[in-house]
Ligand binder design. Structure first.
Ligand code: BGC
Length: 453
């Protein structure tokens, strides 16, 4: 079942232990809305409108607004070195141009709490959510959106900047635009608006540039980047399937890269006014969020998804299914493709998210081990990969899927807030403490057989 990795061609290590670089940043990623509880943003409205497919509500989530420190203790006990969290713009600027000092104080307290536990915080400024007033004004389709985002970024950097060296401006601009404007799965729930999705991405690139400059002006030594989601689109057999798969790949995986790499979209999308010349080279690192492979076939019934159908063959490793669709194939080699794409920008790379929905922890250990092997091989090949953040620490509110998909190293009962460590937490912790993993692992065959459906 194991496919030959592209890396087998260049991996040179013959050691039986795959050691990572000394200062490698091992950690986890989280997002404000998914963990804090009781937020008031455009996602709370989406939930109130009954748009969460599982019918769940976010409620207290992981209760971080009241007590993030409970999970910080777990993170410390696991030996994590970094934790990425996002600042809820809707808490910090609940009304336009009115900033809430108490919210900023709570974030300061959280960041201090991480430092006290020896954990490096990484801040993300936009992880899918923003204030209601911003959504009502048209969000990133409004010409003044980059300025509004810059003002928020500046305020946040002023208030908490001394406590954080790494800033992510946007989490997954491609997912935000595709789900909100093409698939209708995220607010504002628009379908088939491909041109608007591209416009949103170029506005976000402008906002990224302004925020990048504002943060550097206030905090010259910080490192600022963004987190790009990368999916492998594998064509079914046939030339038409190959063509649509490469179109999806281009639109989903490459648009934001092109904006930051060249300051504009490549032809023919360059004709759509995607010019953001200031964005060229504007990042100190590239963050990669990598999860899945999807197979792609042309299907004339699906106009809103560019006449494509995404599917997951039955006999491939995969985690739990979503309410309507499979989450995708768990495909460790996706990391290699993503890193090779990101490397073209010539900046350090951090894996900012990687994981699998897996309540029973059946496949997660296999995924972690195999992804880290890919990463180790890439580092040996000379790629500048500085860290790996797993998604996620504690099960959290998974957007449209509610509580149905469980990505945590730690299982959560949202009712009682009780936490239970999954085996993967122990595995990841051992890897961090040893700064590497054995190759192969002693129970390799068992891991693979559990990963299969
Ligand atoms: C998002 C997370 C999400 C995870 C799992 C990523 O694309 O950044 O917010 O929970 O995927 O679906």
């Amino acid at each position: 079942m194991q496919t030959m990795s592209e890396l087998d061609l260049c991996a040179t290590s013959s050691e039986s232990f795959l050691r990572f670089p000394e200062d490698f940043l091992w950690g986890v990623s989280t997002a404000g809305h998914q963990v804090e509880g009781n937020n008031c943003n455009q996602w709370s409205d989406w939930e109130q409108a009954g748009r969460i497919k599982s019918g769940d509500s976010c409620g207290r989530a992981c209760d971080w607004w009241e007590n993030a420190e409970r999970d910080f203790d777990i993170a410390r006990d696991l030996g994590l070195k970094a934790l990425r969290l996002s600042l809820e713009w809707s808490r910090i600027e609940p009304e336009e141009n009115c900033f809430d000092p108490q919210a900023l104080q709570r974030y300061r307290q959280m960041l201090e709490g991480l430092h006290q536990r020896g954990i490096e915080p990484i801040i993300c400024l936009h992880h899918f959510t923003h204030p209601r007033w911003f959504e009502k004004r048209g969000a990133f389709l409004r010409p003044d959106a980059p300025r509004l985002f810059e003002r928020f970024a500046r305020e946040a950097a002023r208030a908490v900047g001394a406590l954080c060296r790494f800033w992510v401006t946007f989490n997954e601009p491609n997912v935000y635009a595709a789900c909100g404007y093409v698939l209708g799965e995220f607010p504002p729930g628009r379908k088939g608006e491909l041109l608007n999705a591209l416009r949103v991405n170029s506005m976000q690139a402008r906002a990224h540039v302004l925020a990048y400059r504002a943060i550097h002006e206030l905090l010259p030594d910080t490192r600022v980047g963004w987190a790009q989601h990368y999916v492998v689109f594998e064509p079914a057999r046939g030339i038409m399937n190959r063509w649509v798969a490469s179109l999806l790949d281009r639109l989903f995986n490459h648009v934001f890269f092109e904006l930051i790499e060249d300051g504009q979209l490549a032809f023919p999308f360059s004709l759509l006014n995607g010019q953001v010349s200031d964005a060229k080279g504007c990042c100190d690192f590239v963050g990669l969020n990598v999860y899945s492979r999807f197979h792609v076939a042309l299907d004339l019934r699906h106009a809103s998804t560019l006449f494509t159908r995404l599917f997951v063959p039955r006999h491939v490793p995969q985690g739990d299914r979503g309410v309507e669709n499979p989450y995708g194939e768990a495909y460790p080699q996706a990391i290699t493709r993503a890193v090779k794409r990101a490397a073209r920008l010539g900046k350090p790379i951090y894996i900012m998210e990687n994981g699998v929905p897996d309540a029973a922890d059946r496949i997660r250990p296999w995924l972690i081990v195999n992804v880290l092997r890919e990463l180790h091989g890439l580092i040996e090949c000379g790629h500048d990969i500085r860290g790996y953040l797993h998604w996620t620490l504690t099960d959290n509110f998974e957007w449209n899927e509610g509580w149905r998909l469980r990505f945590g190293l730690v299982a959560l009962d949202p009712e009682t807030q009780q936490r239970t460590l999954r085996n993967s937490a122990k595995l990841f912790s051992d890897i961090i403490r040893g700064n590497g993993l054995a190759a192969p692992m002693p129970d390799e065959d068992a891991l693979l057989s559990k990963a299969m459906p």
